[in-house]
Write a protein that binds this ligand. Sequence first.
Ligand SMILES: [Zn+2]
Length: 422
Amino acid sequence: MSFLLVLNVSFSQKLTKTEKKIVKRVTANTPESIDFLKKVVNINSGTMNHKGVKEVGMVFKEAYDQIGFKTTWIDMAEVNRSGHLFAEISGDKGKKLLLIGHLDTVFEEDSPFQEFTMVNDSIAHAPGGNDMKGGDVIILYALKALTDSGLLNKAQIIVAYTGDEESTGKPLDISRKDLIEASKKSDIALGFETSTGFSYATVARRGSSGWKVEVKGKRAHSSGIFNERVGAGAIFEMSRILNEFYNEVKGEEYLTFNPGVILGGTQLTFESALSKGTAFGKSNVVAQTAVVKGGLRFISEDQKEKTREKMRAIVANNLPHTSAEISFTDSYPSMGPTEGNTALLNVLNQVSLDLNQGEIVAYDPGKRGAADVSFVAEYVDCLDGLGTMGNGAHTPQETVNLNTIEDLTKRTAVLIYRLINE
Ligand SMILES: [Zn+2]
């Protein structure tokens, strides 16, 4: 008995009385938060399912209305996306916060993966459960624990759930305008994308962008391929380009590029927005056309530009009787590691130590993809990866670990409490 008592005393010294109250609230609300997660996972919200994304938004809207936040649905039909849900409380006490999540997932309505099911007593197989409806739920229930305890009076907090994180609406100056404006009213942005482990947070993320190569060749009978009149055909030219990308552009730290889809033949259709198409070709006809669409991730604008230059040079160096074009699209800027971000990590680390949850260190930026937090990184100090833990995000094996939700929500609630009282 006395042994337990000693442990308990040393634990409680680190948190203030108020913080202990917050932690208790989080524990009390945890079963409800897991039910909430199940409910929103079971509503399909693939990025292009505009109705589903909004439906998930409306479930969160109601919850934020209930805890006294002013909510706004921002329609994004203009960029062929659903919209964003913003929830705000206004005040001037302590650090002003922007908390970032997203409502959409990579699993569209035609995906076979639609349902939240338990794998065992702690792991759920759930489309978008980890990326990132789990993180969205952590934000909500951290704020709920704080409002339940009457601790958000006079705080300035904006919750921004975008509806198109997995495939952003273009142009970005429309689809990310509201998020960027919210960051200009804030001091700090916290991102709740998938956690990379219980002991990690993200202080830097790579940016991402897109590229597309289109090749034209000369249609002819296959017996003439390689001769002066016919040349190499579109498919050989495309394979040359990809091979040279692989051999000559690959290798820099934090730089990756991935061709995600390829089509080639006599005729093809390609719907860029859906990343889908059809190809027709015959083995006795030299291919007339080929297309590849890919992504590119980088740690700085400089790295991005230099890589694009190398790719352009390779694409221009065509095989006989072929031509090729490459186009680039900007998507996510990079979030560089800054002193401000590291200072924020130190605050989170202290919270975790005080909760007896162990040390938190910075995660390798090379292992993280792009996220919405990157759009605001130039205006505020940022931390990301504060969401749920799980595996297999973006695959039909995606799981979310429900056992960690309680601890991660406690961390978030105490972190927010300390920041708004700084
Ligand atoms: Zn995500």
